[in-house]
Design a protein around this ligand. Structure first.
Ligand code: NAG
Ligand code: NAG
Ligand code: NAG
Ligand code: NAG
Length: 666
């Protein structure tokens, strides 16, 4: 333990010292638990592979090292020169299905920012668009590894090419992808879209102002002759601080773009990669497309379809006998899939001793993955049918790409007979619910921790609502779905799961998903979840955190109404949690209580967006004062509509609607 801590400190120390002497470097062997900034479709797979894009059309995927690198070498004054730099990485471009055309390429990128507003996919690789393309104000340097010849590429270049680009997609230099050694005339072409791992080296020298690019399959020695050695002065291209990373995109044609390892250094050679230690990209077997022949194209398919059906039938019987979790055809496109045996071992066979809890969606087990030793949480959902599995899987694949520091990341999934297993990051400090209401050893969350948790939940919700490629409605925001990590940061769990169930429901059944006490009046009436119904639930959560009381403690105690009463009497601080012993910033407490009331306002249009909530919490905006008399009247009206949802005998507020209103077996 102590060893581990001191080792971690040592690594950080080395980094900072080298940063001061204008040398900086980093090295990733796989991207497990890496600090990469992932944008748009990019995600890190369970194997540690960074996947920039998948078979989705017209997507962009980007990943950046989080450090802004100081690119100008102050020691070179009076002329300020861009420092020498060096990078090497291993990538693979895997066609979406064997033999199909691929699109598009990927690029190593140096840019002043990690976001590219308005940038287009396809040929623009997520970096430029038709109006920004070629503008000197972009300050972007890129080396593209492209599989399709774009209109900006030199006429003589083939689809399979490597190019050096500054500020746009028109390459300053471009070559067919190949490698060679000095003293030999042989040039060997490297098929970028072969799906095989390919290593690339890019070096820039401040003294000679030349950039060299070299590529080779990972199973041969590093070529001694660079593919491109191009004189370029980057002084006018790069800005003082730059981010480095990768960008890739797809179009109508798609392919999986993977990076398995990467190193980078300024003013020194990039650390060498040990290729044998990198995660392997998935294998494809590319069979050549068949030639057209009328007889073959009509008769053979019919015959072979019949044969195949027979074989398939027999094979599926056998498969079911042999291994229940064997892959079906469509599952091969699901890189987040885990092996059942690994999860079984990890959780000691789903032993009760490993049970972390049970909730509306199933039981959750703690696990330790064999081989890696990394801790996971496995949610087991039992369904009575495997219908709709494919849609389920597609949804999970999409949820698996959500990545945010305030979310419990979904690492992957597995199905076995009727069990669906969802694999999540393990978060060690339990739920906010248990910390607020059942703390161990009389532990009391202090005000600073509470504010930090509220900000964290807001950050996670903001990401789901506004910052990801699609809007994700959580639908079950409540303290038991907020997990607290070792640093006491909040991480939202169970997001998007409700949406999974939508695929499983016939559309005419509108089940209310959510938990009593957190369901907004309009959600109760219409069953329609939206961003504002999430904000309502978040408002209730704010009040719980500030007051230390549950939303409904008995048939007559309704937290929102009680806080409103305190507010009306001009004594809103009376609502503050007495366990805090008045140790808090009064203005901040008042702001938080008011924000709770505003978010849980009965009128959806009165509730702020999560972005606005974040601004209030950070003190960027002053909360507008809610006018008590009018407001309370309507709140009281609303609360009658809201309480009629409480079963008469209900004593606790945590009875989840999900378990009662959704029949998982459907
Ligand atoms: C990353 O984690 C996966 C399993 O989660 C493991 O198989 C792989 O070996 C790990 N990679 C590295 C480089 O540690
Ligand atoms: C093109 O990109 C620029 C910035 O790079 C952005 O301001 C502009 O809105 C984009 N144009 C379109 C049509 O998206
Ligand atoms: C680029 O390649 C040339 C030719 O091999 C070599 O002389 C030069 O040192 C290389 N420059 C860098 C920055 O690696
Ligand atoms: C690369 O990793 C392998 C396996 O971990 C190890 O045996 C080998 O010595 C390493 N090579 C280098 C050059 O470090």
């Amino acid at each position: 333990m102590a060893m581990g801590v001191s080792l971690a400190c040592f690594v950080i120390f080395v980094f900072y010292v080298s940063a001061l002497s204008v040398q900086a470097s980093f090295l990733y062997h796989g991207f497990n638990n890496s600090d990469l900034i992932l944008r748009q479709g990019a995600s890190v797979e369970a194997s540690g592979l960074l996947r920039l894009t998948d078979s989705t059309q017209f997507v962009i995927g980007q990943a950046f090292n989080p450090n802004a690198h100081q690119m100008f070498d102050k020691s070179s004054e009076p002329v300020l020169d861009v420092s020498s730099f060096s990078t090497t990485f291993v990538f693979a471009i895997v066609p979406s299905s064997p033999g199909s055309p691929v699109g598009y390429g990927l690029a190593f990128v140096m840019a002043p920012s990690t976001t590219f507003p308005g940038a287009a996919s396809e040929h623009y690789l997520g970096l430029f668009n038709s109006s920004s393309n070629g503008k000197a104000s972009n300050h972007i340097f890129a080396v593209e590894f492209d599989t399709i010849n774009g209109h900006d590429d030199p006429q003589n270049s083939k689809g399979n090419h490597v190019g050096i680009n500054k500020n746009g997609m028109r390459s300053s230099a471009s070559e067919t992808a190949e490698y060679s050694y000095y003293g030999s005339d042989v040039k060997t072409e490297v098929y970028l879209d072969s799906g095989d791992p390919i290593q690339a080296w890019i070096d820039y020298s401040r003294h000679s102002k030349v950039v060299n690019v070299t590529i080779a399959p990972t199973n041969v020695d590093k070529p001694t002759e660079p593919l491109i050695s191009y004189p370029i002065n980057l002084n006018s291209v790069l800005k003082e601080t730059m981010f480095v990373g990768f960008s890739a995109s797809t179009g109508t044609e798609t392919s999986f773009h993977y990076i398995s390892g990467w190193s980078f250094a300024i003013n020194e050679q990039a650390p060498a990669l040990n290729v044998s230690q990198l995660p392997k990209p998935p294998k494809v077997d590319i069979s050549p497309p068949s030639k057209f022949n009328p007889l073959l194209t009509v008769v053979v398919p019919i015959l072979s379809a019949m044969t195949l059906m027979g074989i398939w039938f027999l094979a599926s019987l056998f498969r079911r006998r042999l291994r229940d979790d064997s892959l079906e055809e469509w599952e091969r496109d699901c890189p987040h899939r885990f092996g059942y045996n690994d999860l079984y071992k990890a959780t000691k066979g789903f032993k009760d001793s490993e049970l972390l809890g049970s909730g509306g969606f199933g039981s959750v087990y703690r696990g330790v993955l064999p081989f890696t030793g990394s801790e996971i949480a496995v949610k087991k959902i039992t369904r009575n049918s495997t219908q709709g599995m494919r849609e389920f899987a597609a949804e999970i694949e999409s949820l698996g790409r959500l990545r945010h520091k305030n979310l419990v990341n979904l690492q992957g999934w597995c199905k076995k007979k009727n069990d669906l297993l969802l694999v999540y990051d393990y978060v060690s400090n339990g739920s906010l619910d248990s910390l607020l209401y059942h703390p161990k050893h009389n532990f009391v969350l202090n005000w600073e921790q509470r504010i930090n948790i509220l900000k964290g939940v807001a950050g996670g919700l903001l990401y789901l609502h506004e910052e990801w490629e699609q809007v994700v409605i959580h639908r079950d925001v409540k303290p038991s779905n907020v997990l607290i990590d070792v640093d006491m940061n909040a991480r939202l769990s169970d997001f998007g799961l409700a949406r999974l169930y939508d695929h499983d429901q016939v559309s005419h059944t509108t089940s209310v998903v959510g938990t009593i006490g957190y369901i907004s009046p309009e959600l109760a009436r219409t069953g329609k979840a939206s961003k504002t119904t999430d904000v309502f639930a978040y408002g209730v959560l704010i009040l719980e955190v500030a007051c230390g009381r549950r939303p409904l403690e008995s048939d007559i105690f309704i937290l929102v109404d009680w806080v409103m009463e305190c507010h009306e009497r001009g004594r809103i601080l009376d609502a503050a949690d007495p366990k805090l012993s008045a140790v808090y910033d009064m203005n901040e407490m008042e702001m938080v209580l008011q924000l709770g009331l505003l978010c849980s306002h009965y009128k959806p249009e009165a509730r702020p967006s999560m972005r606005q909530v974040t601004r209030y919490l950070n003190g960027d905006d002053q909360i507008r004062s809610v006018h008590p008399p009018n407001y309370s009247q309507v709140t009281f009206q609303s609360s009658s509509g809201f309480t009629q949802f409480i079963p008469p005998s209900s004593q606790t507020s945590s009875a989840s609607f999900i378990s009662t209103s959704i029949d998982l077996s459907r």
